[in-house]
Write a protein that binds this ligand. Structure first.
Ligand SMILES: *Cc1c(COP(=O)(O)O)cnc(C)c1O
Length: 392
């Protein structure tokens, strides 16, 4: 079998000068560890803000809730989209004012709504009648936005079906909100995470416009559209830049709303933090399961339960670098736990240079989002993924 030399373009994922510094720092740490480059998050935030200067940014903190990340974004002026009272408590303990916080989860207990209201949060998302009534009862008069259903088509990590309701249902909820004494503020949607088809925003914005017009006929003036998350990070599959996303989305909004632009907010998670993370891992074992198996199994010390759950269905393809030279071979990659679900990539073939040995370091790029916060607490006794910030 003819083989090509192993090739991995590190520079596509990380600035080489920066990476040398991070590597010196990271190589002192036990593996696996997630190293988060705060300076890159700062630049990502400024880039996004620069391309949507009129928009309010509400960081979806579930993507990476490390205190240092929250503090950095808070200092840059970010607001926060929160899904649970635990996230809220964390923000409050960091001194973040409740007027910078939205309660974006449409699934909430009555006691949670009361809790958020008592803490001073005044922006709530909803998509159902029960939830709307609870908000009216336990958080009277608050700004409410209504989440419409999207398909999630084109997204590597779709958030469809579970959230949002059909525009017709939303229309009635908006009228009901007004009757219940709430302040119907606007419409939200999420086109799916790591959405690689910018056109998905076009459809969603058009639905917002339809609802703005429909409720205006009943005398209700909506003011805001929330364009969600879905902005890209730099994984194996290429995407347009965040700037190109912003330009296109603004064009869609202008086409529908003309000069009478609504307030715009967005809830980025992945696009702000993913590129800033590098998991430093180690090869635990390499095995060929029979003499005539074409592919070797390569077991890393990080897997699905240690933070790489987004490899489910091989949805997110993390860039994985083996720092050696040699001829490239195709491999099957798996994690360290005793669960056969803990296979990272079997259908999409990753490459490894021949000559890699157990004990070799492996660098997994673009792992700053949805890794540590997803890692299991104690499966097989493995602790959750350790995460540290790099401030150099
Ligand atoms: C998770 C989530 C986001 C963030 O999505 P990304 O694709 O990571 O940017 C935004 N809004 C809501 C409501 C979410 O649940």
């Amino acid at each position: 079998m003819y083989k090509e030399p192993y090739h991995f373009n590190v520079e596509r994922y990380v600035d080489p000068v920066r990476f040398n510094k991070i590597k010196d720092f990271a190589d002192q740490l036990p593996t696996p560890t997630l190293v988060v480059d705060l300076d890159l998050i700062r630049r990502k935030y400024l880039e996004l803000q620069g391309s949507l200067p009129m928009a309010g940014i509400y960081y979806a903190m579930k993507a990476n809730p490390m205190n240092e990340v929250i503090e950095l974004l808070a200092n840059l002026g970010s607001n926060f989209d929160v899904a649970s009272r635990y996230e809220l408590d964390q923000l409050i303990s960091l001194g973040i004012s409740p007027d910078r916080i939205s309660y974006g989860n449409t699934i909430k207990k009555q006691e949670d709504i009361r809790y958020f209201y008592n803490k001073g949060v005044r922006i709530y998302a909803t998509d159902s009648e029960n939830d709307l009534k609870n908000i009216a009862r336990f958080a009277p008069g608050v700004k409410t936005f209504f989440r419409i259903l999207t398909e999630g088509t084109g997204a590597d990590w779709p958030l469809s079906r579970k959230f949002g309701s059909h525009p017709d249902t939303i229309y009635h909820l908006i009228l009901q909100a007004e009757e219940l004494g709430l302040n119907p503020w606007g419409i939200s949607f999420h086109v799916g995470s790591q959405q690689r088809d910018i056109g998905q925003w076009d459809d969603a914005v058009a639905r917002c416009k339809y609802l703005f017009d429909a409720v205006a006929e009943e005398g209700i003036e909506l003011k805001m559209i929330n364009i969600g998350g879905g902005f890209p990070a730099n994984y194996v599959d290429p995407t347009f830049s965040v700037n190109e996303y912003a330009e296109e989305i603004l064009r869609f909004i202008r086409e529908d709303f003309g000069d009478n632009l609504p307030e715009i907010i967005l809830e980025p998670g992945r696009s702000l933090v993913a590129d800033a993370g590098i998991i430093v891992s180690e090869v635990v074992n390499i095995s060929r399961k029979s003499k005539n198996n074409l592919y070797q199994w390569v077991y890393l010390d990080v897997g699905k339960f240690g933070g790489m759950i987004e490899t489910i269905d091989e949805s997110i393809k993390f860039p994985i670098w083996f720092p050696r030279e040699g001829l490239a071979e195709e491999i099957i990659l798996a994690g360290p736990t005793c669960d056969s679900m803990d296979i990272l990539y079997e259908h999409y073939r990753y490459h490894m240079p021949e000559g890699v040995q157990p004990g070799d370091k492996v660098y997994i790029f673009t792992t700053g989002a949805y890794t540590q916060s997803y890692s299991s607490v104690n499966f097989n006794g493995f602790p959750p993924l350790k995460a540290v910030v790099f401030k150099g």
